[in-house]
Design a protein around this ligand. Structure first.
Ligand code: HEC
Ligand code: HEC
Ligand code: HEC
Ligand code: HEC
Length: 206
């Protein structure tokens, strides 16, 4: 009498386990996938995109202009300028040397501007604070934002530079857009690149 009941409940117990364990495995493996997706999308940016793992180069500044509705960056310049800070000499102390400008800046020759009429130092450098550049309206421009100064006269090149048709991108196609600054390529005192012959002539392959 009792035996069939035990057998029956044993049968249901085994059946229960057979159903329970596989579903536990399926469930836990799903958990694994879910947690992986969660982990990968943990760090979303404001637009809901996965953050890129490409590091921004050091020593860059955010450009004052927009590119395709977003921000972009350019190489900072001040750390590259040998004589910065200019105010270490250009302060209110008197200079009592003749031809002091020649002595201190003899290496600087300006060949920039219309033929026979080079630009004056003070067209670009702020007269009252040599640590800064200057606009035509006499307001200060930080040396890292030199593109704003050049762009006053070369607005076409500046527009092309913002759009990516002039200059060069420093980073890969992905990640933040970082481009070379005007003076990363051009010497402001002599900005024209000399014409030159190729280093070698082409040879017929042997
Ligand atoms: C080692 C000292 C020293 C440093 C650093 C220095 N200058 Fe000068 N600079 C002089 C002296 C000296 C003169 C000539 C006297 C004067 O005009 O104050 C001069 C003159 C000038 C002039 C006028 C030149 C002329 O022919 O009228 C400009 C422009 C100038 N400096 C720009 C700069 C800028 C920009 C920096 C920084 C990037 C700088 N200097 C850093 C010493 C220095
Ligand atoms: C067309 C604009 C322009 C003119 C004109 C100009 N400069 Fe500059 N100068 C610059 C800019 C921009 C820089 C910073 C370059 C950089 O980013 O590396 C600079 C840098 C300098 C420096 C620092 C260079 C270094 O590496 O130490 C000195 C000094 C200087 N200028 C002096 C002069 C003097 C003196 C004159 C006039 C004889 C002059 N500049 C004319 C734009 C100009
Ligand atoms: C005040 C106006 C002015 C500013 C500011 C100025 N330039 Fe110029 N630039 C000129 C003039 C004028 C010429 C000669 C005419 C021409 O070729 O467009 C010239 C010529 C040039 C040339 C040579 C063009 C050629 O045909 O070969 C380059 C490159 C250049 N500038 C780059 C710069 C850069 C980079 C800056 C900023 C550091 C700058 N300029 C700032 C006025 C300016
Ligand atoms: C990656 C380097 C690079 C950068 C950054 C760059 N230029 Fe140039 N630029 C060049 C080269 C290369 C030429 C072509 C020279 C030639 O054809 O002889 C040029 C030419 C020019 C000319 C001459 C006219 C022309 O269009 O050919 C001007 C003006 C000029 N650049 C201004 C600027 C200004 C302003 C900026 C910053 C907003 C800038 N450049 C940034 C490399 C650069």
């Amino acid at each position: 009498m009792k035996k069939p009941i035990i057998r029956k409940s044993l049968f249901y117990m085994v059946l229960g386990f057979l159903v329970f364990f596989p579903s536990l495995i399926v469930f836990s493996s799903q958990q694994g996938v879910v947690s992986k997706i969660n982990k990968a999308t943990e760090k979303l940016d404001k637009q809901g995109q996965v953050k890129s793992s490409i590091l921004k180069p050091k020593n860059i500044v955010k450009v004052h202009e927009e590119y395709q509705g977003g921000e972009f960056f350019t190489e900072a310049r001040k750390a590259e300028i040998k004589r910065f800070r200019c105010s270490s000499c250009h302060n209110n102390k008197k200079v009592s040397v003749l031809n002091a400008a020649d002595l201190s800046h003899a290496d600087i020759k300006v060949t920039h501007g219309d033929k026979g009429k080079s630009l004056a130092c003070d067209t670009c450098h702020n007269k009252d604070n040599r640590d800064f550049l200057v606009t035509a309206k006499q307001s200060k421009i930080d040396l890292d934002h030199v593109y704003d100064m050049c762009g006053q006269c070369h607005f076409r090149q500046k527009k092309d530079w913002i759009g990516g048709a002039h200059g060069k991108r420093v980073t890969y196609w992905a990640g933040e857009r970082v481009v070379k600054n005007c003076t990363s390529c051009h010497n402001p005192h002599s900005p024209r690149f000399e014409k030159r012959w190729p280093e070698t002539y082409s040879v017929e392959p042997k």
